[in-house]
Design a protein around this ligand. Sequence first.
Ligand code: UD1
Length: 371
Amino acid sequence: MVETMSQNILLTGGAGYIGSHTVLQLLLSGYKIVVIDNLDNSSAVAIKRVQELAGRHAHNLEFQQMDLRDKPALESLFSSKKFSAVIHFGGLKAVGESVQKPLKYYNNNLIGTITLLEVMAAHGCKKLVFSSSATVYGWPKEVPCTEESPLSAANPYGRTKLFTEDICRDLHQSDSEWKIILLRYFNPVGAHPSGYIGEDPRGIPNNLMPFVQQVAVGRRPALTVFGNDYLTKDGTGVRDYIHVVDLADGHVAALKKLADPSIGCEVYNLGTGKGTSVLEMVAAFEKVSGKKIPLKMAGRRPGDAETVYAATAKAERELNWKAKYGIEEMCRDQWNWASRNPYGYEGSPQKSACFLPCLPRNQVQGCLAQN
Ligand code: UD1
């Protein structure tokens, strides 16, 4: 704790879904955090709510609206503060949009990352945790996916993840002072147990659980199930869903690992190691929410894999981290967030009335005590 207290950590994209949950876990672990985010696909309200949830640690959080490609702004931030490490979440992530607008994805995700790495190098900050994705395993020939499994990308979004992993490996190769951890996330779902922060996608959700949650609150009539003819237990796609708080804790573990002098450029899967089908996920959500989710069966979504789940041994062994939450807890917390914030962060106060003063004090403390 004494060591972490003195550390300034920069989080890019810290107002987003995974970023905001990670900011909270880091604050509660005693780190000082600066978040930069261009708010293109996230809300400043998330930062305010993290601050409220952080209680006595709130003063350790600073936020600046900034685009990573704005090099002078980044330069001036690094000149004004010394950072021990950077956790780099900032980027675009909609697969379909990346196919329509590849240049937007390459510009944002690659130029943003390169600019960040250049400024870090110039200021002698050479410790990085990068948000990669299980998307780099493509349609795996074998599951579970280990960190050594073959890599491929089916779309520009996935390619930005692969390219960035390669850029990081090259950087470490060129200068061994760089210590880099690439975290391959499986499918993050759920929300902080308080129900104050969660996922709030703009427009029509691409991913399963945000869509399910919008059906549950009446914003959409039915969930379209993409494919029921896969060679899986019930014909629907199988994924490794991981509670976002577990994922956030994985970042705290990765930061600690960066202090290990033997670390170079390392990659870790963050998943649970368990595969769950679309229908199993829907059933679990219906059970905890008491809401019926009407289903419409449709054809497979192009680019989707049949079964993807993680080998977790490397993260368990080397990061000393293991996911604790199961599917029911993921769905419970997803529903808690959705029912309190049916229209997300920017919903009208009548429709979306979740602010800390409404939450009984013991409930807030209960939520924090779990972490
Ligand atoms: C998707 C992305 C992946 C990205 C990840 C981020 C694609 C092809 N892949 O992964 O690159 O890293 O999100 O979390 O978009 N499903 C439905 N109906 C829906 C939505 C999803 O049936 O409305 C099914 C999918 O077919 C899949 C499962 O639910 O079997 C999970 O889908 P999703 O949440 O989109 O995640 P991935 O496809 O694993």
